[in-house]
Design a protein around this ligand. Structure first.
Ligand code: SAH
Length: 459
């Protein structure tokens, strides 16, 4: 996350007095979510640019500081957002008061300034950028970025490199950025602070009341307050159980009756048996969640290299605890690695493995992203063996707790019949040069089959 501010009013290095940061030095600041660095890539009398670089620690975002619970990260380290706002307030606090001890007149004078944001996420697209900044007198240019260069068919993203040029007081520019960056982004990071309404009114003094988009700005800025409560409530739910003794929220055990071995454990045992039988040594657990399978894999010496990957940092943290990664002897520790990543993005770290387990994951993917998932796993990662499980929706009628048509988990995007799953898996196998066979997991019902269905792909 990088913000630069350029002044061309000679002597341009006076920008340093306004920001209270000496152009000759690099300064670093500790923030609750990482580090901020201020430096000047150019500092001449004609042109001076101050850079604020945020180096965000994604793990910090979910660890400890409860107000950041919704920041499951994904794009957080890279885009300007409310984190940039927090950093602006911390690092340029004095400049945000509009005062300058050394150059009071300059601080009070509108100057030609250019702000450039390396990446911003603009919810609602480019037009929102213009609607927010143009009425404040900025010339706005926005360069859009493709969603993923590897998948051009996905089109453009809502991520932009933005340049704002205007003749304004420095404090005005900083204030506009402070208020409008979180408004632009409008998601994922929420903090509970002092009275947000008062803060907005104070920061908005002199410009917000006349802004044609004041309704949008106010609504988006303050919406966070409501969401905080939701986030806190969810955290309370998620934090309660001790992961070592309570079943994960992803287990559907509460819908089963009198099963001696929970369905989830049967599933894991089945996957483990197949991986062992195949003689796999380097194995991936994709969408490893809270690390139950990883724990079983670690207990088996034959698995020399074990990598778990998940998109949820929170799940990875629980997995790290469950596996007691910090306490493992070095030889054990060297066998296992947890990766943060998404299965819908091509990832070089997944190449070169013997086998991959994908247990109860695909039903969490948006159907529109399945094609990307297929390419990432079957075309790019390409392990020799892939063991994949998913619910058999036909079996749902056997769960008295489920209403008709209801899926087993609130995050499931779909659940397939046996025919749907087998058609999909066969088609994938054909397209990517794998053979596939199918196995039931859990007690098979004569009419509706087993609760879980498994496909074993080999090439
Ligand atoms: N395999 C684990 C967890 C299953 S729950 C087990 O059997 O216990 C589904 C998991 O998939 C969750 O941990 C979720 O965070 C993860 N997931 C969902 N979408 C993902 C994606 N695009 N990339 C990686 N993991 C994803």
């Amino acid at each position: 996350m990088l913000l630069t501010i350029t002044s061309t009013t000679p002597p341009a290095t006076d920008l340093g007095y306004l920001l209270y940061k000496n152009p000759a030095r690099v300064q670093s600041f500790d923030l609750p979510f990482g580090a901020a660095h201020v430096f000047y890539p150019e500092a001449t009398a004609e042109r001076c640019t101050a850079a604020l670089l945020l180096d965000i620690d994604p793990v910090h975002l979910v660890r400890g500081r409860q107000e950041n619970v919704e920041a499951y990260v994904s794009d957080r380290p890279y885009v300007a957002s409310s984190l940039m706002s927090v950093a602006l307030a911390q690092v340029f606090g004095t400049a945000l008061t509009g005062q300058s001890r050394e150059r009071p007149e300059l601080a009070a004078t509108p100057l030609p300034l250019t702000a450039r944001l390396a990446v911003v996420h603009a919810r609602g697209g480019e037009s929102v950028l213009h609607r927010l900044f143009a009425p404040l007198g900025y010339a706005v240019t926005a360069e859009s970025h493709p969603l993923d260069a590897a998948f051009p068919e996905w089109g453009e993203s809502n991520f932009f490199t933005v340049t704002l040029t205007g003749t304004v007081r420095l404090v005005t520019l900083l204030t506009h950025l402070y208020v409008l960056l979180p408004v632009l982004d409008d998601e994922k990071h929420y903090w509970i602070g002092d009275d947000e309404v008062a803060k907005l009114l104070r920061r908005g003094e002199g410009w917000l009341a006349q802004h044609p988009e004041r309704a949008l700005i106010t609504q988006r800025y303050l919406r966070r307050r409501l969401l905080v409560r939701t986030a806190m409530a969810r955290l309370a739910e998620e934090d309660a159980p001790d992961p070592d003794v309570v079943e994960s929220e992803f287990d559907e055990t509460d819908t089963e009756t009198d099963a001696p071995l929970s369905l989830h454990n049967q599933r894991l045992a089945a996957v483990l048996a197949i991986l062992k039988e195949a003689g796999a040594q380097r194995v991936l657990d994709l969408g490893c969640g809270e690390g139950r399978l990883l724990k079983l894999l670690l207990a088996e010496r034959t698995f020399a290299q074990i990598v778990g990957m998940d998109v949820s940092l929170r799940a990875l943290e629980i997995a790290a605890k469950r596996l007691r990664l910090d306490d493992l002897p070095p030889t054990q520790r060297a066998r296992i690695e947890l990766l943060h990543g998404s299965l819908i993005y091509r990832d070089a770290r997944l190449a070169g493995f013997d086998a991959a387990a994908v247990v109860e994951v695909i039903e969490h993917l948006d159907p529109a992203r399945l094609a990307a998932f297929e390419r990432v796993i079957f075309a790019f990662a390409q392990p020799k063996l892939i063991v994949l499980t998913t619910p058999n929706v036909e079996y749902n009628v056997r769960y008295p707790g489920l209403a008709s048509g209801e899926l087993r988990h609130r995050d499931h995007r779909f659940e397939w019949t046996r025919a749907e799953f087998q058609n999909w898996a066969q088609d994938v196998a054909d397209r990517f040069g794998y053979a596939v066979r199918f196995l039931p997991v859990g007690a098979e019902d004569p009419e509706v089959g087993a609760p879980t269905q498994m496909a074993v792909f080999t090439r």
